[in-house]
Design a binder for this molecule. Structure first.
Ligand SMILES: Cc1cc2nc3c(=O)[nH]c(=O)nc-3n(C[C@H](O)[C@H](O)[C@H](O)COP(=O)(O)OP(=O)(O)OC[C@H]3O[C@@H](n4cnc5c(N)ncnc54)[C@H](O)[C@@H]3O)c2cc1C
Length: 395
């Protein structure tokens, strides 16, 4: 028996004893966060966090499980086999900010923030984009002025996902207006500070997943600077690599428990030769299933190759490919459901089909957020293929 086999046996026994069975198979789908059974969910969250398995690869002293990526995968697999999921594993604190803090934070900063993220208690939001700074993020203008023992922050962020629920914001601010990339710093801002106003942006669907966030004379203690003064661009870019990293910790997608070909056969049936009854859909479905399998294998290989060193510029490739694979999945599922796949609400529609309509629409955003598809292609051409930068080539 290898160490991983021992871990698997221990994890299986622990999950059998601790995962509330009534939650089995009820992982929230993308965009649908809350379960009504909150007592069972809270119990599961508490037990998982006490074990350190909400953030299995973080060091034990900060509330993690101290496991290798391979060990974390074993835990994930055993929880999945029981129909469970990691209820804190998909937050911005866990996926983006925590790993960046582990790399760049002082000991005091780590002690202060990591354990509460690991317990799923504090929520973080991302203050990067501004009305005049999206793809060209380094044009950001939110200003942080030195006022002795603190900074005074003024400006506006936009598309701040979940800002209305967040306790803290990791924020890129301008500390030197005379320099572009070298004039940016990375601040941790308490969202309860006086002078912060959050205005949710209401979408046509009625939901408000993101906000405008205004800062007016907000005092931020100097100890909340992460990394060097004017060195925030490096820290911020590293965080983006964590954001772009894809993992199978993501909440389930509609119908994900069953392979797409099974759903297709159930709904469309088979022809006389025993093949899927829609000859046009058949090759596209096969191609998608192969792409999806290849993506999973490549993600595993990239994680193994990294040997715990974390993500690299290669995450831009995985981000683009996984966004397109997931968008294709939602398109195919929509086609398979036919008219039944066009419902928005109501009991006449299959719940999985309804969830897929929303996933199909919300999934369009995946080639925009965390840096658009085109910007990832620019990074791939510059940082991986070492092609000349079009901007400097033209100069
Ligand atoms: C669902 C969602 C959630 C988000 N959450 C957050 C969040 O929590 N916090 C946050 O800070 N931001 C968030 N964002 C903002 C996101 O990061 C930006 O939308 C994104 O970086 C693109 O910026 P932009 O919208 O200003 O588009 P623009 O930069 O104006 O781009 C418009 C188009 O031009 C293309 N383009 C621009 N420059 C180039 C170039 N050099 N080469 C080739 N093509 C180019 C882009 O690819 C895009 O297609 C979120 C966005 C979405 C959709």
């Amino acid at each position: 028996m290898t160490e991983l086999d021992d871990l698997r046996a221990a994890a299986r026994a622990w999950v059998a004893d601790n995962f509330p069975r009534e939650l089995a198979g009820r992982a929230p789908v993308m965009g649908q966060r809350d379960l009504d059974d909150t007592a069972a969910l809270e119990a599961w969250k508490t037990r998982l966090c006490a074990k350190g398995w909400g953030v299995p690869t973080w060091p034990v002293e900060y509330g993690g499980g101290g496991l290798s990526p391979a060990g974390a995968k074993v835990i994930r697999e055993e929880i999945r086999k029981a129909g469970g999921w990691n209820p804190i594993g998909w937050s911005m604190g866990v996926r983006m900010f925590g790993p960046t803090l582990l790399e760049y934070g002082t000991e005091a900063q780590k002690q202060r923030h990591l354990p509460s993220i690991a317990r799923g208690e504090t929520r973080w939001c991302q203050g990067y984009s501004e009305p005049g700074a999206g793809s060209d993020l380094a044009s950001l203008q939110t200003r942080a002025q030195d006022a002795g023992d603190h900074f005074v922050v003024n400006g506006q962020k936009i598309w701040t996902s979940g800002a209305q629920y967040a306790d803290w914001c990791f924020c890129l601010v301008r500390t030197d207006p005379t320099r572009k990339h070298e004039g940016i710093s990375f601040l941790m801002i308490d969202m309860g500070s006086p002078g912060i106003e959050v205005r949710p942006i209401q979408l046509i669907s009625g939901s408000s997943p993101f906000c405008e966030t205004f800062f007016t004379d907000v005092r931020v203690p100097k100890e909340n600077l992460l990394g060097p003064l004017n060195g925030g661009w490096t820290v911020g870019k590293r965080l983006l690599q964590y954001e772009r990293q894809r993992s199978d910790d993501a909440p389930a997608r509609p119908g994900e428990a069953r392979p797409l070909n099974e759903v297709a056969v159930e709904i469309l049936g088979l022809d006389a030769a025993g093949c899927l009854a829609d000859p046009d859909l058949r090759p596209r479905l096969t191609e998608h299933l192969m792409d999806r399998r290849l993506l999973r294998l490549t993600m595993d290989r990239a994680a193994a190759d990294a040997k715990g060193a974390g993500p690299s510029a290669a995450t831009s490739i995985l981000k683009n490919v996984s966004s397109v694979v997931n968008q294709t999945r939602a398109e195919l599922l929509l086609e398979i459901y036919g008219l039944g796949g066009l419902g928005w609400e109501g009991e006449d529609f299959d719940p999985d089909a309804l969830a897929n309509t929303r996933e199909w629409l919300s999934g369009k955003a995946s080639t925009i957020y965390a840096g658009s598809y085109e910007i990832q292609n620019n990074i791939i051409s510059k940082r991986i293929l070492a092609l000349p930068d079009p901007a400097s080539a033209a100069a």
